[in-house]
Design a protein around this ligand. Structure first.
Ligand SMILES: Nc1nc2c(ncn2[C@@H]2O[C@H](COP(=O)(O)OP(=O)(O)OP(=O)(O)O)[C@@H](O)[C@H]2O)c(=O)[nH]1
Ligand SMILES: [Mg+2]
Length: 456
């Protein structure tokens, strides 16, 4: 059974006030007992009475490795529902590694990424949607993303799905009773009930499905791609918007090679700003990859900020960019207005609003912020009372479920026998069950938890 006791460093690598090593499993207490010497010598390490924290030392024989506090959580009242001990030591990587290796020597094995949370799921403390929300919570880049994840962890999505499933399940039982005992003649009642239950489910699920776009934007930010030919000041603009020197700026055209992404909160709007390589024909292999990447960013963008340089004549590349963005939601920036004007923007962009800017001298920034705000003002960046889907796996399963509902409703209209319709209904329930993990295969489970960090 010992290989079932797992251990990992639970805190982020690096230097910190404290670092935590988490140990979980049947042998967690006996593993820790071998290396922990509590100051309170009477404390029973193998059977701590309640969830408790104890002060003492981690020992290597008679040598003290570190002064620590150890928390003991008794099954089932722990993160994994198993016995859990957490060693709080000083937060240096050498100390943490040293203690972890002592824990392994004492009989635990290294946990896989996400294995603690996987156990919490497999042991039934949380469902799969809740487990997934934990990684969303940890990796959330904006406070709104955190809010969605926190609600999902609290069981908001799961309980909505449960309501829908329970209603459908009740009718399914009636259908099956009808199939088994046809003389009961409950068929007609069942058909009507089935129709109304399916229509209700369709409404709720369609609302969830539609919320994905909002969920995606909240979670990832409005994907804002800065586009332009080399040297027009894209990276300068990126830095100005971020209020930090994130991207390299030089006077050499072709400075930015790869795309750079950062999330910033601009007047309450979560923006994911993507700086790109300047678009031009090039024989440089690396730069060419960057240019292609920049072009492929256009399709995924929620908004484009196209940058043009007023101090140099427009070139073929500028016209190509104007062409590339013509069907996208975009903002046209005429940059370097602190320098002498070489062309007339009003002639080129006749029907388009132009924003004059000096990214370097931070002139015109207010206007740009205002424009961005006005473009997104009508979007709901709050989390509201409804479920907001933000996970692609969930979205796809809701989509499948909606298709099954449509097939079932069509079959009802055609007066097909209910036992046939029950096939759609079972598949519908399976799809919804996969979101919360009631019927899900190992491959999906392993795929989900492998994306977690070590120690979680
Ligand atoms: N005078 C003036 N210079 C600017 C302004 N914005 C950027 N520059 C300068 O223009 C040069 C190019 O700026 P970058 O921000 O690196 O331009 P880029 O579009 O990212 O260039 P690539 O990465 O090569 O595509 C630098 O020397 C900047 O200091 C501005 O508003 N006014
Ligand atoms: Mg650049």
């Amino acid at each position: 059974m010992k290989e079932n006791t797992i251990a990992a460093i639970a805190t982020a690598p690096g230097v910190g006030g404290i670092g935590i090593i988490r140990v979980s499993g049947e042998e967690a207490f006996s593993v820790v007992a071998k290396i922990f010497r509590p100051k309170d010598a009477s404390f029973n390490l193998l059977a701590p009475k309640a969830n408790i924290m104890k002060y003492g030392y981690i020992m290597d024989g008679e040598t003290k490795i570190d002064e620590v506090m150890v928390s003991f959580f008794r099954a089932p009242h722990s993160y994994t529902t198993e016995n859990v001990a957490e060693i709080n030591c000083h937060g240096g990587i050498v100390i943490l590694n040293r203690i972890l290796s002592k824990v392994i020597e004492a009989g635990a094995r290294i946990a896989e990424p996400g294995e603690f949370t996987k156990r919490a799921f497999l042991n039934g403390r949380i469902d799969l949607a809740q487990a997934e929300s934990i990684i969303d919570l940890i990796t959330s880049k904006t406070d709104l993303a955190r809010q969605i994840a926190a609600k999902q962890l609290d069981g908001f999505l799961s309980s909505k799905l449960k309501e829908i499933k329970t209603d459908i399940y009740d009718v399914l039982i009636q259908i099956e009773a009808g199939i088994d005992y046809p003389e009961h003649e409950i068929e007609e009642v069942t058909r009507e009930k089935l129709q109304s239950v399916l229509e209700n489910a369709k409404n709720s699920l369609a609302q969830m499905y539609a919320s994905f776009e909002q969920g995606r934007i909240i979670k990832e930010g409005v994907r804002t791609v800065i586009l332009g030919k080399p040297n027009v000041g894209k990276s300068s603009l990126m830095n100005t918007l971020l209020k930090e020197e994130r991207a390299i700026v030089t006077d050499i055209p072709g400075t930015t090679r790869d795309t750079i992404e950062e999330v910033v909160n601009l007047r309450g709007i979560p923006l994911r700003i993507v700086d790109t390589a300047g678009i031009r024909e090039t024989t440089d292999k690396i730069e060419e990859i960057g240019v292609n990447k920049a072009k492929s960013e256009i399709a995924q963008a929620d908004m484009i900020i196209a940058v043009f340089d007023i101090s140099r004549d427009l070139t073929e590349e500028d016209y190509e960019i104007i062409e590339l963005i013509k069907d996208k939601k975009s903002i046209v920036i005429v940059n370097k207005v602190d320098l002498e004007e070489q062309w007339n923007p009003k002639e080129i962009f006749k029907n388009q609003k132009i924003l004059n800017l000096s990214a370097k001298n931070k002139i015109g920034l207010e206007d740009l912020e205002e424009e961005i705000e006005s473009l997104w003002r009508n979007n709901d960046f709050s989390t509201g009372e409804d479920v907001i889907l933000s996970n692609l796996r969930h979205k796809n399963l809701v989509y499948n479920a909606l298709n099954e509902i449509d097939s079932a409703l069509d079959a009802l209209k055609l007066d097909l026998p209910v036992d046939l319709i029950s096939i759609n209904i079972k598949s519908l329930l399976d799809n919804l069950g996969e979101i919360t993990g009631e019927n899900v295969n190992d491959e999906v489970i392993n795929g989900i938890f492998s994306r977690f960090c070590l120690g979680k």
